[in-house]
Each structure stands twice: as structure tokens, then as C-alpha cells.
Design a protein around this ligand. Structure first.
Ligand SMILES: NC(=O)c1ccc[n+]([C@@H]2O[C@H](COP(=O)([O-])OP(=O)(O)OC[C@H]3O[C@@H](n4cnc5c(N)ncnc54)[C@H](OP(=O)(O)O)[C@@H]3O)[C@@H](O)[C@H]2O)c1
Length: 251
């Protein structure tokens, strides 16, 4: 059976992707910091497929390397890495943000993603044809918006890192895709507002955001394409979300 390793499987896209891959019989390596949620997911999925849970902070390079080095033999030949763990903080303007929040986004969305990718690359290359790295970027990586500051910049990194990886992985069979979602209803806004459920509810009220399952379906689709197809970037928005015009400061 093919094997998927999914970071940030305790919530949102990651958890929905775990369910989608499990439904197709894939073996799973699921990571996140909240072990009780990982355990619950293992209870839910573990009867039908093999599930290994790793309580892991992606920012901890040593812990990530150790966990990947010590994968059990039967789960060592990873087919698909879903680099999903990530977060936005500080929706306020840049000039009002705590520096610590910028560092947390950089450490998680950039350093964490790089840590996991570096650890997994030898295993993915050993798998060869059909292997893939699916990075979860964001429309924020391409399209600026007020309050996007460092979050958008981290997702621009994710996009460019993926393209550059593709150059180096030429000939290995390993594919790299940046899936860039628009607005999706997960715990993302609750995290961004540091637990403000009312603000999160207000953002999604009266419209039709993407659901975690919508993105999980795209992740699974990309992972199961024929070996010779590489989708470089897949930008997915709700039909009811579009762009704003440029804004102009006037006297
Ligand atoms: N929802 C959106 O509108 C949206 C749009 C575009 C892109 N995205 C991106 O999609 C990805 C998933 O977000 P989501 O919407 O599914 O949000 P979510 O429901 O908050 O899930 C985020 C996941 O990331 C994990 N995570 C965060 N920091 C981590 C760390 N230091 N180490 C390990 N795991 C960590 C969390 O697990 P633990 O807390 O258990 O560690 C959780 O499982 C993120 O990269 C996000 O930037 C989201």
C-alpha cells in the first residue's frame, strides 16, 4: 500500500486528508503537536489502515530528523509527503504586530516545512516514480492583502521552494506541487485570532467558504495522478471569493 505522511493532521485540511487517504487504503504517518487528537484519529482510522502517529513540533529540526530516521521499516518508503502544518497569526496591520508572532509564522511555515522536507527527501527519492511532495501554500502567497504581511510572505516562500525543489529533483521521479487554497473554514481563523470564536464565525458567516474536505480531495487527486504528471501549482478559491481592486490613498 502507498504511504502518506501528513503534517498537521490534528485539524482542518490535514485531518480531512488523513481521512481521504485512509478511505483509499493508504497507510498513514500522522503528525501534529496535540497527541490526544492524533490518538483519536488513530482510533477512528486504525481499524481499516495502518496508522502511525508522531507527536511532533515541525519547528524542532532534531526531533523531526529523529522521527523520520526511526520510522518502522514497513512505513519507511513514503510515497507522499503532505507539508500542511502551518498557521497565520496577527491579522492586524504590520506596524501593530508583536515580533514574536512574525517569528512563529516564519518558524512554522518556512523552517518547519523545510525541516520535514529535508528529513523526508532521501526516502521520497528512494521511492522514486509516483512519489510526491504536496506543500500547502495559500492564495496569500501570490495576492497581497491588508494584514497579510509575514503570513503571505511565508507562503510565497513555499511556492518558490517547491519550484526550486523540482529543478533539483529532475530525474528522481519525485513530484512537487504547491496547493494554494483561498478562504477555507477550519480552525485557521481561531488560531489567527488567538481563540476569538466570534471573529472566526463572523468571517465565514453569510458566504460559502471552502471546507477542509474540498482541499483534502485536491490533495488526494494530486497524489494519485499518473506518475508522469506534475501539477506545479493549484490555486483553489471558493466561488464566492474573488480579488479586490487596487486601493488608493487620497487627500
Ligand atoms: N484555512 C484557510 O483559509 C487556509 C487557506 C490557505 C492556506 N491554509 C494553510 O493550510 C494549512 C492547514 O491549515 P488549516 O486551515 O487546516 O488550519 P488548522 O485547522 O488550524 O490546522 C493547522 C494544523 O497545523 C498544525 N500545526 C500548527 N503549528 C504546528 C507546529 N509547530 N508543529 C506541528 N504542527 C503544527 C496543527 O496541529 P497542532 O496544533 O496539533 O500542532 C493543525 O493540525 C496551513 O499551512 C495554512 O496556512 C489555510
Amino acid at each position: 500500500m502507498p504511504i502518506a505522511m501528513i503534517t498537521g493532521a490534528t485539524s482542518g485540511f490535514g485531518r480531512a486528508a488523513a481521512r481521504r487517504f485512509a478511505a483509499a487504503g493508504w497507510s498513514l504517518i500522522l503528525t501534529g503537536r496535540r497527541s490526544e487528537r492524533l490518538e483519536a484519529l488513530k482510533q477512528e482510522l486504525g481499524d481499516s489502515v495502518e496508522v502511525l502517529t508522531l507527536t511532533l513540533d515541525v519547528r524542532d529540526a532534531e526531533a523531526v530528523a529523529r522521527a523520520v530516521e526511526t520510522l518502522p521499516d514497513e512505513l519507511g518508503q513514503v510515497t507522499c509527503l503532505v507539508n500542511n502544518a502551518g498557521l497565520a497569526l496577527a491579522p492586524q496591520p504590520a506596524q501593530e504586530v508583536d515580533l514574536a508572532d512574525w517569528h512563529t509564522m516564519i518558524d512554522t511555515n518556512i523552517t518547519g516545512l523545510v525541516n520535514v522536507t529535508h528529513a523526508l527527501l532521501p526516502r521520497l527519492i528512494a521511492t522514486g516514480a509516483g512519489a510526491s511532495i504536496i506543500n500547502i501554500g495559500s492564495v496569500a502567497g501570490s495576492w497581497p492583502y491588508p494584514g497579510g504581511h509575514v503570513y503571505g510572505a511565508t507562503k510565497a516562500f513555499v511556492e518558490q521552494f517547491g519550484y526550486n525543489l523540482r529543478c533539483d529533483l529532475k530525474g528522481t521521479g519525485v513530484r512537487v506541487t504547491d496547493i494554494a487554497p483561498g478562504m477555507a473554514e477550519t480552525e485557521f481563523t481561531l488560531v489567527r485570532t488567538k481563540g476569538d470564536q466570534a471573529a472566526s464565525d463572523a468571517l465565514y458567516r453569510g458566504t460559502t467558504p471552502l471546507q477542509a474536505e474540498d482541499i483534502a480531495e485536491q490533495i488526494f487527486h494530486v497524489a494519485t495522478l499518473p506518475d508522469h504528471i506534475n501539477i506545479n501549482r493549484l490555486e483553489v478559491m471558493p466561488t464566492r471569493q474573488t480579488w479586490s481592486p487596487f486601493t488608493i490613498d487620497r487627500d
